[in-house]
Design a protein around this ligand. Structure first.
Ligand SMILES: Nc1ncnc2c1ncn2[C@@H]1O[C@H](COP(=O)(O)OP(=O)(O)O)[C@@H](O)[C@H]1O
Ligand SMILES: [Mg+2]
Length: 264
């Protein structure tokens, strides 16, 4: 029986834990703790990066930083863009924000866009009543026109993923493509669980780049179910709520997650 300790629930720890799985590592954008030198190195390497609070949710405090075509250093936070001539100028401003709490720096994924607005995908994976990790829902989110985050709670627009994909690939390729994302989500939940054994729902944010390659942007261990109310198929939301209810029930001694290490 593997040891089931609980890891700290923050973005850097979850990213590190997922990276320990060599198969999943290929889908994780390079990520490091934020510092002036790490930011400088990542900007030189990737030109566009995301700087995010290690403990954030809902897109709050998420900053896109980039070197623009004209060589200016700019960052976009909330509804505002700030431009500087030099990296030191940028960091005099940005460092005031990042020094208040721990942040990370992540390679920026050039997300697919619809009418100029980036979108990404939320995949919901839950423990089923049979105790298996099961994919229960998938939905896409289009960023608010003035923002660099797609979050529903930051003005993102939820929409059927298949509707968006129809703009980028032949209709006959869509079902297998979506199934592949859902299976990736399930593998993520199965691996995450080995470090976070009390989790019963995982909401994976998956970004799709210009080559349609999926990237794991973030994994949520307390995902919001309500975004799935926006799907045409009402059974999806009903099942998600049913599984949440089931997982809240006290389990029998046999099935319960113990405080310490479970007997083999
Ligand atoms: N590396 C990245 N590349 C492209 N977009 C990103 C990246 N990181 C975050 N984003 C955008 O910002 C949103 C919020 O980031 P996320 O890491 O999910 O933080 P939160 O916990 O606040 O949701 C993502 O859903 C995505 O739209
Ligand atoms: Mg997110």
């Amino acid at each position: 029986m593997e040891k089931r300790s609980v890891l700290p629930n923050n973005k850097l720890m979850k990213t590190q834990h997922l990276s320990e799985n060599s198969e999943l590592k290929a889908y994780i954008p390079d990520t490091v703790a934020e510092s002036k030198s790490n930011l400088s190195a990542y900007l030189t390497r990737y030109r566009t990066v995301y700087v995010k609070p290690n403990n954030g949710t809902g897109g709050r405090g998420v900053i896109r930083v980039r070197i623009a075509k004209d060589g200016a250093y700019e960052y976009h936070l909330g509804l505002k863009r700030h431009a500087f001539r030099t990296f030191d100028g940028l960091y005099r401003s940005l460092g005031k924000i990042t020094s208040k709490r721990t942040h990370l720096v992540q390679k920026g994924i050039p997300l697919l866009k619809i009418k100029g607005r980036p979108f990404d995908v939320r995949v919901m994976i839950q423990k089923s009543p049979e105790g298996k990790w099961e994919h229960t829902g998938t939905i896409a989110r289009i960023a608010h026109p003035k923002r660099v985050v797609t979050n529903y709670h930051s003005g993102g627009t939820p929409i059927e993923l298949e509707t968006l994909l129809a703009c980028f690939m032949p209709a006959k390729e869509i079902p297998a493509y979506v199934q592949n994302l859902n299976e990736l989500g399930t593998r993520i939940a199965e691996h995450l669980y080995t470090g976070y054994p009390f989790v019963t729902a995982v909401g994976v944010d998956i970004g799709l780049d210009q080559d349609h390659k999926p990237w794991i942007i973030e994994v949520n261990t307390r995902p919001d179910p309500y975004i799935f109310k926006n799907l045409k198929d009402k059974r999806v939301f009903q099942k998600i709520i049913r599984y949440i209810g089931y997982n809240r029930l006290p389990k029998t001694a046999d099935a319960a997650e113990p405080e310490g290490v479970k007997a083999p």
